[in-house]
Design a protein around this ligand. Structure first.
Ligand code: B16
Ligand code: MG
Length: 217
């Protein structure tokens, strides 16, 4: 039986990908490294230093660990200045309603994000209180696709993985859910997220009865 829902943040509850794109583009531009929207797609669910390394690998310049930390900090400062413009209305259509519906039906609700800015984003959207437990990049040693992010969320809720549904928009996050032994729901393109048990084009399209039926099979 399904008792718990564990949500990814970026790409499931709100769209921060455009901010990440603008901030990484500015940095890549400064370093004379090409960076496209397709590249940005591949960074979904990938943590900050992993994302930076992906970009630096496209250059033949060499960077020390100190350089890399300074570049990551520079990108994050720019990204956070964009987050400051975020409003409660920037939540994806249907996400607030789904969280309210799950709360009214007494499901446990957790967040499983690769972002160190996750709490800041939840605060901007005014939905921090919708979660019983929050896992962000500060709580885990191994980021997505390792199962640790989703497993830590289940442990925080004190439930078994099989009672949980993980909801993700990124391939790396989906691998984390599957590795954790949870039911999986993808948000986005069914061709990309083909390992998910169910895929919906958006959070608004999620059919709760269909998802709950996963726990009965
Ligand atoms: P930050 P999620 C992930 O969040 C994003 O999808 C990914 O693009 C980003 O690089 C990562 O967070 C780290 O973000 O720089 O804020 O720590 O999708 O796991 O909620
Ligand atoms: Mg995501």
């Amino acid at each position: 039986m399904i008792t718990s829902f564990i949500f990814d943040l970026d790409g499931v509850i709100t769209d921060t990908a455009e901010f990440h794109f603008k901030a990484w583009s500015a940095l890549a531009n400064k370093l004379d490294i090409p960076f496209s929207r397709d590249d940005n797609e591949q960074l979904k669910g990938v943590d900050r230093m992993g994302s930076l390394q992906f970009i630096l690998d496209k250059s033949d310049q060499s960077f020390s660990e100190t350089d890399k930390q300074a570049l990551a900090d520079e990108k994050n400062t720019l990204y956070q200045s964009m987050l400051d413009t975020m409003q409660p209305s920037d939540i994806f259509p249907g996400a607030r309603e789904l969280l309210e519906q799950l709360r009214a039906r007494d499901f446990n609700i957790a967040l499983a994000s690769a972002s160190k800015n996750a709490r800041r984003v939840l605060d901007c959207l005014q939905i921090t209180d919708a979660f019983d437990y929050i896992v962000d990049a500060a709580n885990v040693r191994y980021g997505k696709p390792d199962p640790e992010t989703f497993l830590t969320a289940a442990q925080g809720l004190k439930v078994a993985p099989l009672e949980c549904v993980g909801i993700e928009d990124a391939q790396a996050g989906l691998e984390s859910i599957i590795g954790a032994g949870m039911h999986s729901v993808g948000i986005g393109d069914a061709k990309t997220l083909k390992r998910a048990e169910l895929v919906y084009p958006s959070i608004a399209a999620l059919n709760l009865n269909e998802v709950l039926a996963l726990g009965q099979s």
